[in-house]
Design a protein around this ligand. Structure first.
Ligand code: NAD
Length: 258
């Protein structure tokens, strides 16, 4: 793995800065790679870690119908593991960008962990759901859920024991696709961080943002599936690239000549 050098980082920051100057908007998409440096396995790594199942086999409505206990256990373990991890420098740099840009910033994450919010991100769309929430299949209510979940867990809204993990499974439609995400892709700069681009619809966001006129930037350990579509690329660990990038953008936004 080669890490982009300071000169490349400087050049990309300058291009992003000039698009954001004035009232430019930034939409940032994150995937499993942003949480990798916090010790959360990426999608590819997770398949090898979890017993003898492929992730696709436990993360689907069919799996939940076939063996709900298995699916509850898979997510109970992942939810419990959140207590042992913390946001890394990449999550923090993204929260810093939001402080800098305010309403001009939107973060879309494919991740179901809560590391972005723990780092301070607020303008955040969890398109694949959240581990620390449960959803009722009777009343559609969504509630914070920190404990283990099982078939006896009762919905705080309607009182029925019909709760499932608040996770978008394979074959289900991601959240916020009707309005917030399409609106956020009409942007001036689109940055994708730590995602392979293999999971759709997120893998298609770069093309949508580009069609809307955005400058597109890939930040990933290595070129992802959709790498050739991006205008600019920075390869290396997100936790090493994002802090100096955010610092340069903060400097350029304070520079009255910039
Ligand atoms: P992915 O595993 O397919 O791709 C992760 C990408 O991140 C890879 O291209 C890898 O090269 C890159 N990467 C790894 N470490 C990195 C680092 N330190 N810095 C920068 N890049 C790094 O994940 P995906 O594209 O997000 O899609 C898989 C699906 O799995 C998503 O739907 C996501 O919801 C889910 N998932 C979520 C989590 C989580 O919530 N933390 C973890 C695993 C999987």
């Amino acid at each position: 793995m080669t890490r982009c050098d300071d000169r490349q980082l400087e050049a990309v920051a300058a291009r992003i800065g000039s698009r954001l100057a004035g009232s430019g908007r930034l939409t940032l998409l994150t995937g499993a790679g942003i949480s990798a440096e916090s010790g959360v396995p990426t999608f590819r790594d997770m398949g090898g870690l979890w017993e003898r199942y492929r992730v696709e086999e436990v993360a689907s409505p069919q799996a939940f119908r076939r063996d709900p206990q298995l699916v509850y256990r898979f997510y109970n373990l992942r939810r419990a593991a959140l207590a042992d991890i913390a946001p890394n420098a990449g999550h923090q740099a993204i929260a810093h960008l939001e402080q800098l840009l305010g309403d001009r910033f939107t973060l879309i994450t494919q991740n179901v962990d809560d590391l972005h919010e723990r780092a301070g991100s607020e303008r955040l769309l969890h398109m694949h759901g959240e581990l620390r929430k449960a959803r009722c299949t009777s009343c559609d209510g969504v509630a914070p859920w920190l404990a283990d979940l099982d078939g006896d867990s009762v919905c705080p809204a309607c009182g029925k024991a019909t709760l499932r993990p608040h996770i978008v499974w394979f074959g289900e439609v991601p959240l916020h696709m009707a309005a917030e995400i399409p609106r956020s892709l009409e942007t001036d700069v689109f940055i994708s961080v730590g995602t392979s681009g293999q999971v759709y619809p997120a893998g298609g966001f770069v093309a949508e943002a580009q069609a809307a006129g955005a400058l597109t930037v890939e930040i990933n350990l290595e070129p992802g599936e959709t790498s050739s579509l991006f205008d600019l690329k920075l390869h290396g660990p997100a936790g090493e690239i994002l802090p100096p990038l955010a610092a340069r953008l903060a400097d350029s936004s304070e520079d009255p000549t910039g």
